[in-house]
Design a protein around this ligand. Structure first.
Ligand code: PMP
Length: 452
């Protein structure tokens, strides 16, 4: 090990990273609102600036090395710069990065994903999860001839006007549990968009059904994330999921699953894990092998609305970078390597992470409950697991405790998502989980003081 390697192995910041990062942030703020292009990278008082990633480690510009449990917001299933993907992408980049021509690798990757997910007869690629959800919603409208959508309160589905309604509603505006209000995220959201989004509570089928019944003749789809991160990362209960599947079938409404994150849960995504088949599914993140991606897959008769060869084209659909060969090559290599065996090994590690974190909280005597599924976890600084967005909504004290928790982790060599969540990657071993839990014990002790 060289001297420079050694300085990177400890979670000890290098020379005055504060000054370095503060100066970069100042430059950034001069040219970008808030000093960034994605709010997720912001931290107080300034973001960390990355130098490089190596497997399950990420090294910042000050030379501090951390285990990466954020994995670019769940998009890096094999960690950073996996050799096979780097090699395949390098070769493709030399051959060109995009053509106004179709490619064979797009067909190969489509074949792989259609074979992988029981509910897919057909698939189309786009460039982000936002675009995938938008495409699924527009396809639902085109297919059913109806306009409204229903979605779960607090669930994140990207930036499309309709998909983001009530993603950030709060106790001051969310209204009654029997009829949650449709609350905009962005100022200027057209009232017509709000009027076309029906909000249902998570994991409460009787309440959700009562709301859906009222709008059944106007609904194109029910959009659902089977393990919604922002809602608390609790898997959808069978009664909720099967209830929605059955209700949508009976009422000529499509069931759209957003598996942008949850696809990692099983070989065929959380649908396979939970035993349902959606009519349409939005994918993104990890299926790009580290590159920007999205996809919509589903039943042939629904996907047909996207067919430009049809006599009447119901939903003309295109995108300059859709199915670009770099993403296709990287995604195909990544997903082929994330086979049945890799999925179950990573899920086993996920179980270990959740139980080790719960033990660390108990050892620190901190109120905490660990949610998650597959290779994902989310720590709630509360006595019990929340069952929906309203229960998961943190008090100001919990917000402070979460901040203290995540800061302690970052200062001690662990990068996490700032909701106290983490995503595993295949280069991880039991050792990384052990370090996660050891570090978390200190974080739980600090959080306990804030909560006391
Ligand atoms: N759906 C879900 C469940 C997501 O978590 C995200 C991104 N966090 C999106 C959609 C949007 O994906 P993207 O950021 O690629 O637009």
């Amino acid at each position: 090990m060289t001297e420079s390697d050694r300085s990177e192995t400890a979670a000890v910041p290098g020379d005055r990273p504060e000054a370095l990062f503060a100066a970069l942030f100042e430059r950034a703020r001069a040219v970008m609102p808030g000093g960034c292009s994605r709010n997720t990278v912001l931290r107080k008082p300034y973001p960390l600036y990355a130098a490089r990633g190596e497997g399950c480690y990420i090294i910042d510009l000050a030379g501090t090395r951390r285990i990466d449990f954020a994995n670019n917001m769940a998009s890096l299933i094999h960690g950073h710069a996996p050799a096979k993907i780097v090699e395949a992408v390098r070769k493709q980049v030399g051959l060109g990065t995009g053509y106004t021509m179709a490619t064979e690798v797009e067909i190969e990757y489509a074949e792989h994903l259609v074979a992988r997910v029981p509910s897919f007869d057909k698939i189309r690629f786009v460039n982000s999860g936002t675009e995938a959800v938008m495409t699924a919603i527009k396809a639902s409208r085109a297919c059913t001839g109806k306009r409204k959508i229903a979605k779960v309160e607090g669930a994140y589905h990207g930036l499309y006007d309709y998909a983001e309604v009530s993603q950030t509603s709060n106790p001051g505006n969310w209204g009654s549990e029997n009829r949650p209000e449709s609350i905009p995220v962005a100022f200027g959201t057209p009232p017509a968009a709000l009027a076309d989004v029906v909000i249902i509570p998570f994991n409460d089928f009787p309440r959700a059904e009562a709301i859906l019944e009222e709008f059944k003749d106007e609904l194109a789809c029910v959009l659902i994330d089977p393990v919604p991160h922002r809602v608390g990362m609790i898997p959808a209960s069978k009664s909720f999921l099967y209830g929605l599947r059955d209700w949508t079938r009976r009422n000529d409404v499509l069931l759209v699953c957003d598996e942008v994150i949850t696809f990692r849960c099983d070989r065929g995504g959380a649908q396979t894990m939970l035993g349902i088949e959606a009519d349409l599914t939005a994918l993104g993140k990890m299926i790009g092998g580290g590159f920007p991606v999205g996809a919509v897959g589903g039943r042939d008769d629904v996907m047909r609305v996207l067919d430009p060869l049809a006599e009447r084209v119901l939903f003309p659909h295109s995108g300059t970078f859709s199915a670009n060969p770099v993403t296709m090559v990287a995604g195909k290599v990544a997903m082929e390597a994330f086979d049945e065996q890799a999925v179950s090994r990573l899920n086993e590690l996920g179980r270990l992470a959740r139980s080790s974190l719960a033990e660390a909280a108990a050892a620190a005597d901190c109120p905490a409950a660990v949610a998650g599924a597959g290779s994902m976890f989310r720590i709630h600084l509360a006595d019990e697991l929340p069952q929906n967005y309203r229960q998961a909504f943190p008090s100001p004290q919990q917000v402070r405790a979460m901040q203290v928790f995540v800061d302690h982790m970052v200062d001690n060599g662990i990068l996490m998502i700032n909701t106290c969540s983490g995503m595993l990657s295949t280069p991880m071993q039991a050792r990384e989980i052990e370090i996660l839990a050891e570090t978390a014990e200190g974080a739980f002790r600090k959080a306990r003081e804030v909560l006391a």
